[in-house]
Design a protein around this ligand. Structure first.
Ligand SMILES: Nc1ncnc2c1ncn2[C@@H]1O[C@H](COP(=O)(O)OP(=O)(O)OP(=O)(O)O)[C@@H](O)[C@H]1O
Length: 338
């Protein structure tokens, strides 16, 4: 029997209504997330990658129920959180927490670290004041935050230390799922590995299901079991991390891998460089959203949206020509339309 995934998204969409342009005309809608279907297994780490503006954060916020989806259904540990009222949603939130990109912005500057971490525990009435105080110390130890820092204010701490506080808050209620939205991209490169290692260690120790959002393929390769690549609101490729890195199938995935400084040699062979600007999500190209930047696009790509579908090698790809692309990356792309 196959295991029920911890998180299931089916046809999830998030559309923002933007009002009319300066010149009048019809109301404009921005499809930040467009028909996303995916599963995340219990205890698995799914990396969500794509360039800025592709909808990663919008999808993360929808999963966290910080925003409601405008289309589709979802299930989290068997319940559909979009159907919960405010009180039930607050209860359910114990089980899913978020780590934010900007560690300073997500912390109250007027509170000491001890109170910042305790706040989450008090909100959920997890115990007496003594128990909460003890739990704060325990959490500080778990995330590698020196106890002497608990009586400081956020502005007295480094970015890495602030992110450790953000992580302590996220794990305080022993959640089952964490969504980490670019958790290291605001940090010094020298600190990034420490924070990544901390997240990976906690994920393993706590058996967490983790959705890890990043624009950086090399960061994702360190943490994710599987990777979903997003482009203009849609998933274009999804599969095991090794498979994606060793033999990326979608032309967009290849362009992302080309930007990775020291990828596996196999991934680099046949890598493409991205041409042109990201089209406006207000007016995405017809058919395949990627076609305007794809060297292999044909008339079919403008006329027909490629759906995400399984191909050889245990991955799903949204490209009409996925089979034609060499799974052996030492073969050239020029063979695609030969
Ligand atoms: N509240 C909002 N109202 C209107 N448009 C929005 C809103 N939030 C996001 N968008 C738009 O939705 C699109 C996707 O944004 P989103 O932040 O989800 O992408 P992203 O991949 O996470 O990018 P970044 O890494 O820059 O945050 C962008 O065009 C963005 O301008």
């Amino acid at each position: 029997m196959t295991e029920t995934p911890f998180l299931s998204l089916r046809g999830i969409g998030k559309t923002y209504a933007l009002g009319r342009s300066h010149f009048g005309g019809p109301q404009r809608f921005l499809h930040a997330v467009d028909d996303v279907t995916l599963d995340v297994r219990r205890g698995e780490t799914l990396g969500l990658v794509g360039e800025s503006g592709c909808g990663k954060s919008s999808l993360a916020r929808v999963i966290m129920q910080l925003e409601r989806p405008t289309a589709g259904t979802m299930a989290m540990d068997g319940i559909d959180p979009t159907q919960l009222g405010r009180r039930a949603l607050k209860d359910a939130r114990r089980n899913f927490q978020m780590i934010f990109q900007d560690p300073y912005a997500s912390l109250n500057p007027r509170m000491k670290v001890r109170a910042i971490i305790a706040e989450v525990l008090r909100n959920y009435r997890t115990g007496s004041e003594d128990e909460i105080a003890a739990r704060v110390e325990e959490l500080a130890g778990q995330v590698g935050l020196g106890r002497h820092l608990l009586d400081r204010f956020p502005h007295e701490l480094s970015g890495g230390q602030c992110q450790r506080i953000g992580i302590a808050r996220a794990i305080a209620l022993k959640p089952r799922l964490i969504v980490a939205d670019e958790p290291v991209s605001a940090l010094d490169v020298s600190i990034q590995a420490q924070i990544l290692n901390l997240i990976v260690r906690l994920q393993a120790e706590m058996g967490l299901t983790l959705v890890f959002v990043s624009h950086d393929m090399s960061v994702v390769s360190h943490v994710a079991d599987r990777v979903a690549v997003m482009y203009l609101g849609r998933i274009v490729e999804m599969g095991e991390t090794d498979a994606i890195f060793n033999a990326p199938s979608h032309p967009y995935t290849r362009t992302l891998l080309a930007a990775v400084p020291s990828p596996t040699p196999a991934a680099r062979t046949g890598a493409l460089s991205l041409k042109g600007e990201l089209p406006s999500p207000l007016n995405p190209p017809s058919g395949c959203h990627f076609r305007t930047r794809c060297p292999y696009a044909t008339d079919r790509c403008a006329a027909e949206r490629p759906m995400l579908r399984p191909i050889q090698g245990g991955r799903q790809v949204a490209c009409h020509f996925a089979e034609a692309f060499p799974t052996n990356p030492t073969k050239s792309f020029e063979t695609v339309h030969a």
